[in-house]
Write a protein that binds this ligand. Structure first.
Ligand code: NAP
Length: 285
């Protein structure tokens, strides 16, 4: 693509941003769809966040993705916040609107689309969520109305308990419960869908899993690790060795990006185009 006087800009704000795969997703989509749009990463420090958002708007930047550590902190600088993002309390996508940007959360719809694409149903499921950070909380909010039961397992059990209370209040039923990681032995009988939402096992610490006991993995029929580097985490290996099916987080990354691109450009990305971007993402790792 030739950059010229009509080229539009989108980008990513976060810290760090050096290893992001988002430019590959968005620039491939622009190439496929023939859009005169470039996507670039911007390293933004916490103290520069407000000026960065205002400056981006003044520069005519069409849209931004937001990554750690700004997903919650950016909220006060937005003109509007979408309902789902408000419920989750974090945004990852800003769309230009009158007077500023409107914040959306495409991480959770991205995860849902990825799971659906992989043939995973969450309705009526018993789900284990490992972790109680920002993403685990968002997963719990997303599943609150769909899952039969949610168990949040976290090293710091108080954080899991706070999310469970919040989700129960929001769902209007006792759908979520909190446990420490070691207390998995107290889980009821049955096999679970498990979403791995901690940082444990991420490159370069690839020889670790948040729970190492093999007995735990006999309880999992499907393991969804939100980590995508390495492409097969130790958690995924342990799930498979115990007879379950395992997936990594690359498709979630793909679809959160595609949904953001669709919001910025009012286009619909086809399955074939999504598959081509996914292929390039896999090749880049
Ligand atoms: P976060 O808010 O920092 O939360 C981290 C979680 O990991 C906490 O529950 C923390 O437990 C737990 N943890 C960290 N080190 C641990 C250890 N040594 N032992 C046990 N637990 C440990 O992170 P986040 O933003 O929610 O992100 C979570 C994961 O999601 C990351 O791996 C990230 O890469 C992934 N993610 C993937 C995508 C995608 O598109 N695929 C998008 C966003 C995020 P404590 O509460 O006890 O500290």
């Amino acid at each position: 693509m030739q950059i010229n006087g009509r080229t539009k800009t989108c980008g990513l704000i976060g810290n760090p941003v050096e290893h992001t795969l988002s430019p590959l997703i968005h620039n491939t989509l622009s190439e496929q769809l023939g859009r005169n749009l470039v996507y670039v990463p911007f390293l933004v420090q916490a103290e520069g966040l407000e000026s960065a958002v205002k400056g981006a708007y003044a520069l005519g930047i069409e849209g931004l993705n937001v990554t750690v550590p700004h997903k919650e902190r950016v909220l006060p600088y937005l003109a509007e916040v979408d309902g789902l993002a408000e419920k989750i309390g974090a945004v990852n996508t800003l769309v230009r609107c009158g007077g500023g940007y409107k914040g959306y959360n495409t991480d959770m719809p991205g995860l849902y689309r990825a799971m659906t694409d992989d043939g995973i149903r969450v309705d009526g499921e018993q789900v284990l969520i490992l972790g109680a950070g920002g993403v685990a909380r968002a997963v719990a909010v997303m599943l609150a109305e769909k899952a039969e039961r949610i168990y949040l397992l976290n090293r710091t059990v108080e954080k899991a308990a706070a999310i469970a209370d919040e989700v129960n209040a929001y769902a209007g039923r006792q759908v979520a419960a909190a446990l420490s990681l070691a207390a998995y032995t107290a889980l009821p009988e049955g096999r679970f869908l498990a979403v791995q939402a901690t940082n444990v096992g991420m490159y370069p610490d690839t020889d670790k899993a948040v729970v190492e006991e093999r007995d735990f993995y006999r309880r999992i029929h499907t393991g969804y690790d939100l980590i995508y580097n390495p492409d097969k985490t130790k958690f995924m290996r342990l799930v498979e060795e115990a007879g379950g099916t395992a997936y990594n987080g690359l498709k979630m990354l793909l679809y959160q990006g595609i949904i953001a691109y669709e919001l910025w450009n009012q286009v619909s990305v086809s399955k074939e185009q999504a598959e081509e971007v996914y292929k390039r993402l896999k090749e880049s790792l």
